[in-house]
Design a protein around this ligand. Structure first.
Ligand code: HPA
Ligand code: ZN
Length: 332
């Protein structure tokens, strides 16, 4: 059997459910925005920035990621950031996306919530009009901040509920259990928002249980530590709770030493609803196609397995039934 080619994987229709818009900021755009906004960067060349992208854990990465986001100041910056990501999606045949944004990274620097969400939403609307890429936007709370700060952010989001589908939870996981945010997630669900949460990336399998039971999430972001707990794996299979797995992110942040150590294919084989995603592609070495290629190289992935991974993403998405039907048809 020959390995799946990059061309085949690139033209496979794909769906992305775990993508931080701030993590799609390529060094070239970072420099352009820094120049436009007169923000001083601690780097003088694009090559220097790329060389700094060596991480030994999640926190190492987050420190650089939050620093990079400081070049985003006005609505057009958030538009340009989102638009650059959508252009990548078009090149890689990603037909539906559910990106995250971190409002607190910006509002804590004095940028109005409205500036952030208006820029992002306008680009997503244009992405549908011009490229036919459908989307649902997810607002994340930073888990290293307080519950009170998450509540304040949810209040700021209330005038923009029409632009939002779900809330999420990201940033430093260790020592920040999901249940710290139970009340704000309950309030968001009362407002009609769905819920997802990062859990079991660096944190324990226990955090996956509390994200499910306390936050009542529809999906788990990452979730790779689930294989530490056989009862949890059995539950994930029975409930078909989706995991948005990010292979290149996990090797870059040393969650797995090598791609061949990754557990996604083992979970797929067992019947867990696993999906492939890029997380922070500008920092981790690739977008959707590169993540599929990395898996196809490390494992003998078949066309059927690649299609099943996309099928899982379609079923796990927040797209309406009519759009899901269209996307299923694309895979035939
Ligand atoms: N984990 C937690 N927080 C994040 C990540 C991640 O992989 N990417 C951006 N924020
Ligand atoms: Zn993530």
């Amino acid at each position: 059997m020959t390995a799946l080619t990059r061309d085949w994987l690139n033209s496979l229709p794909k769906v992305e459910l775990h993508l931080h818009l701030e993590g799609s900021l390529e060094p070239e755009l970072m420099f352009e925005l820094a120049g436009r906004n007169k923000v001083k960067l601690p780097f003088s060349t694009v090559e220097q920035v790329r060389q700094a992208y060596e991480f030994s854990n999640l926190q190492d990465f987050l420190d650089i990621y939050y620093q990079g986001a400081e070049v985003l100041l006005v609505e057009q910056d958030f538009y340009d950031l989102t638009w650059a990501y959508l252009e990548k999606c078009r090149q890689q045949n990603v037909v539906h996306v559910e990106p995250f944004f971190d409002p607190q990274t910006h509002t804590d620097r004095g940028i109005p919530f409205a500036t952030v969400i208006k820029g992002i939403s306008r680009a997503l609307t244009d992405g549908q009009t011009r490229f036919g890429i459908t989307s649902r936007l997810i607002m994340c709370f930073l888990r290293h901040l307080s519950e009170e700060e998450a509540f304040a952010t949810l209040t700021q989001a209330e005038p923009f509920l029409a632009q939002l589908t779900a809330i999420g939870l990201d940033s430093s996981e260790k020592g920040q259990p999901p249940e710290k945010f139970s009340r704000v997630f309950t309030r968001a669900r009362e407002l009609g928002l769905r819920a997802v949460a990062h859990a079991g990336e660096e944190g324990p399998a226990k955090y996956i249980w509390t994200a499910i039971n306390d936050l009542k999430v529809s999906r788990i972001d990452h979730g790779v530590r689930a294989t530490d707990d056989p009862k949890l794996i059995a539950h994930l299979i029975a409930s078909q709770m989706p995991l948005t797995v990010c292979p290149l992110s996990n090797t870059k942040l040393c969650v797995f030493e090598r791609m061949s150590d990754h557990n996604i294919m083992e979970m797929l084989h067992k019947g867990v609803c696993v999906t492939v995603n890029s997380d922070d592609p500008a920092y981790f070495g690739g977008y959707m196609t590169e993540n599929f290629v990395a898996l196809a190289q490390a494992f003998e992935m078949t066309e059927e397995q690649a299609r099943k991974l996309v099928k899982n993403s379609i079923e796990a998405s927040f797209a309406g039934e009519a759009r899901k039907k269209e996307m299923r048809a694309l895979l035939q």
